[in-house]
Structure formats: structure tokens, C-alpha cells
Design a protein around this ligand. Structure first.
Ligand code: PLP
Length: 393
């Protein structure tokens, strides 16, 4: 019989009903150290008082009104994002895939109003993940995402990641932009090299293309700066964000320069819920904390500590091959199947997320303390030791 939930996920048996700080609890009181953070969403952990109070106040005052009316709440958050980034203008969405949708439409309209509708294609990269809408799966070459959905629109050219020459060679009269994750998440925690991102920026400048960054996973403090692009010494024309910006309340945004958004006029895009007062209250609370330079410095300090402890632990266990990533977006490369090991880690009280290329993603709340780092490494170590027994048998 068909389950009541459409069976599109291989859900684990972990069934959290309550969260506190960096821990999740099930109905029986079992607890897990949460280094998955809802897949890089719960940047302030669970039940953070500032976020909780902001959401409570918004719920009591005004949850939703639609985008038919002036929104002082959206204007406040958009102003803060504009002041904190390269962008001049913002569109609020409910998810990462919708932020990507808006980014792609913004690029298309930019060329359309400039009299270049033939520049409808966008370059993307192998192992990229931009979401599950038809546009987002058309932007990837991953068979497991596309299977059963073809034919998909021929709007993208997928090229090898971190290969600047391939991007240069692929530019023809149909290309209008380049879409890239500064740090690939689902694709196995692969940071782009500075030469690659800087080279893509230069290619866009030389050919009149728009550089679109997908910072849905790596943005909002995750890598130790508010946005990852800051560490590459470049700025995009358009950027999709989501996940951390709502701290758990569904929210995304498409940020753009005035130049890039030249075609986004009345009627070109919309969303019933996007940027409602409840989501805006959450975003304000997140930005109050995460955008503070002292907080970001602490994220960087915790990230180096976690990385150093992982590097020290890795040689003690054959299952671990190495660690990679940026800030608190770290990937442990395994010499084993990462999905099975993530399951095994759950049994040891640690929640992580599997990624491609046999990588275990460590995406803790950005508020972690030294004690959580020690506990995580101890749990990883214990799980690795227990894993070696069946392997050797
Ligand atoms: N882009 C990236 C880089 C992501 O990691 C994700 C989700 O994991 C998305 C886009 C899609 O976001 P959502 O699941 O909110 O639609």
C-alpha cells in the first residue's frame, strides 16, 4: 500500500521531536549531537532564544499578507542584505530551488531586454546541485536527479567543475551566464579553486555574461564569512541563498545587482508566500547574530579547531581518507560507502549528512562550542573503531 508520505526519501529511523542547542531528542529521550543542522539550515542550532522570540512575536503580530501590499518587513531585510553584499536588489522565495529559479529568470530577462534573447543558455558544472525543480535538474548532469524527467529544457551546458579552460571553450552566442556553487555541497564538499572562480568572473566580464553564485548551502556564515564569495576576492552579478538565512523557517532569496536585474519588472516574477512577515522576522534574527564580525570570527576559530582535530584523528582510522571544505562546511572523505557510515554514526549518537564521492558532510550549527567539537571527534573515532571490526572479519 502507498505510504501516506510519498516515498521519495530513504528516511532514517531517527525521529526527532525536540531540539535544544546542538542536540536533537526523540520521543524516548534518545539524543544525538546534530552535525547535520537540517542540512546546513539550523545555523543558530535548535531553540535559539533570539530566533524563537522573534518568530513568536511575528506570529502574534502578523504571519502573512501576500505580496499585494507594501512590506516594511521585506524592505528592512532586503536593505540589510544589500548593505552586507554586492547586491542592489532582492527577491524573497521559500526555498533554495526557488531562489535558483529566480536567478535563472533574472539572467534570461537581462539578456532579453538588452535585445539578446539568443543568449538563453547558462553554463553549469558536473556534480552541481541546485535543487529539484525541472529547471534545477536541467542544470545538472546527475543521472539520478534527471532519471524519468527527460526531455528536460536544453537551457544549460554542464562542464567539468574547476576546469576554467572547459568553461572558456564552451562560451558561444547562446550563453548568457555561468551558474556555480563556490563550494559544492551535495557534490561532495568541493571548494572551487580561487583561480577557477576568479577566472569565471573574468570570462563573464569579457563576454558580457552574468556570474550567478549558488550560495544556498555555503552562504550565511557557513564558510566563516557571511558569504563564501568574499573569500575569493570576487563578486557575483546574481546570487541564490536559502537554508541558513531563515534559521529553519523556510526562506530563500535571489540577490542581484541593478545591472543584472534590468529585466525584472512588474509581472515577470512572483510568489504568494515569499518573504512573509514570519520569515522576515526569522531572517532579521539570524542576521542580528550571524552578520556580526565577532560571530563570524568565532565561526572561523571553531572551524579551524574542528579541522585540526579531524586531521589529527584521520591517520588513526583506515576508513578516513582526508578532510576538505571551508569553514564549518567540512567533508570527511571515506574509504567506504558514506551512506552506510552516516547510518552507523547515527547509532553512535552523531548526525551528519552523506554527500557524493563517499564524503560525510559535517555541517554543525554555527554556534558550536569546543565541547561539541571534542564530542563529535570522539563519536567519529568510536564509530570508526567499531566499523573496522566487521571490515576485518
Ligand atoms: N542549491 C544548493 C547548493 C543546495 O545545496 C540546495 C539544497 O540542498 C539547493 C540549491 C536547493 O534548495 P532547496 O532544497 O531549499 O530547494
Amino acid at each position: 500500500m502507498m505510504p501516506v508520505l510519498m516515498p521519495v526519501y530513504a528516511r532514517s529511523s531517527v525521529a526527532p521531536v525536540r531540539g535544544e542547542g546542538c542536540y536533537l531528542y526523540d520521543a524516548e529521550g534518545r539524543s544525538w549531537l546534530d552535525f547535520a543542522a537540517g542540512i546546513a539550515v539550523n545555523c543558530l542550532g535548535h531553540g535559539h532564544p533570539h530566533l524563537t522570540r522573534a518568530i513568536q512575536r511575528a506570529a502574534e503580530t502578523l504571519i502573512h499578507v501576500s505580496n499585494l501590499y507594501t512590506s516594511p518587513q521585506q524592505e528592512r531585510v532586503a536593505r540589510r542584505l544589500v548593505d552586507l553584499t554586492f547586491a542592489d536588489t532582492v527577491f524573497f522565495t521559500n526555498s533554495g530551488a526557488e531562489a535558483i529559479e529566480c536567478a535563472v529568470k533574472t539572467c534570461r530577462r537581462h539578456h532579453f531586454v538588452a535585445g539578446r534573447p539568443e543568449r538563453f543558455r547558462i553554463l553549469t558544472f558536473s556534480q552541481a546541485f541546485h535543487g529539484r525543480t525541472m529547471t534545477a535538474i536541467a542544470a545538472t548532469d546527475q543521472a539520478k536527479l534527471r532519471d524519468g524527467f527527460e526531455p528536460l529544457p536544453d537551457w544549460f551546458r554542464v562542464l567539468p567543475f574547476d576546469d576554467l579552460e572547459a568553461a572558456r571553450a564552451a562560451i558561444d552566442g547562446s550563453i548568457g551566464g555561468i551558474l556555480v556553487e563556490p563550494v559544492q555541497g551535495e557534490g561532495g564538499i568541493r571548494p572551487a579553486s580561487p583561480a577557477f572562480l576568479q577566472g569565471l568572473r573574468a570570462l563573464c566580464d569579457a563576454h558580457g555574461l552574468l556570474l550567478i553564485l549558488d550560495e544556498v548551502q555555503c552562504g550565511v556564515g557557513r564558510t566563516g564569512t557571511l558569504f563564501a564569495y568574499e573569500q575569493y576576492g570576487i563578486a557575483p552579478d546574481i546570487m541564490a541563498i536559502a537554508k541558513g538565512i531563515g534559521g529553519g523557517v523556510p526562506l530563500g532569496a535571489c540577490l542581484a545587482t541593478e545591472h543584472a536585474a534590468s529585466g525584472m519588472v512588474v509581472g515577470t516574477h512572483g510568489s504568494t508566500y515569499g518573504g512573509n512577515p514570519l520569515a522576515m522576522a526569522a531572517a532579521e534574527a539570524v542576521l542580528d547574530i550571524v552578520a556580526e564580525p565577532a560571530f563570524l570570527a568565532q565561526v572561523r576559530a571553531r572551524a579551524s579547531r574542528l579541522r585540526a582535530e579531524l586531521e589529527q584523528m584521520i591517520p588513526n582510522h583506515t576508513i578516513f581518507e582526508g578532510v576538505r571544505g571551508l569553514g564549518l562546511m567540512l567533508g570527511l572523505k571515506l574509504r567506504a560507502d558514506s551512506r552506510a557510515f552516516v547510518q552507523h554514526l547515527r547509532d553512535h549518537g552523531l548526525l551528519t549528512v552523506a554527500a557524493a564521492d563517499n564524503v560525510v558532510r559535517l555541517l554543525p550549527p554555527l554556534i558550536i562550542e569546543e565541547a561539541h567539537i571534542r564530542e563529535c571527534v570522539e563519536k567519529l573515532s568510536a564509530a570508526a573503531a567499531a566499523w573496522q571490526v566487521p571490515e576485518a572479519a
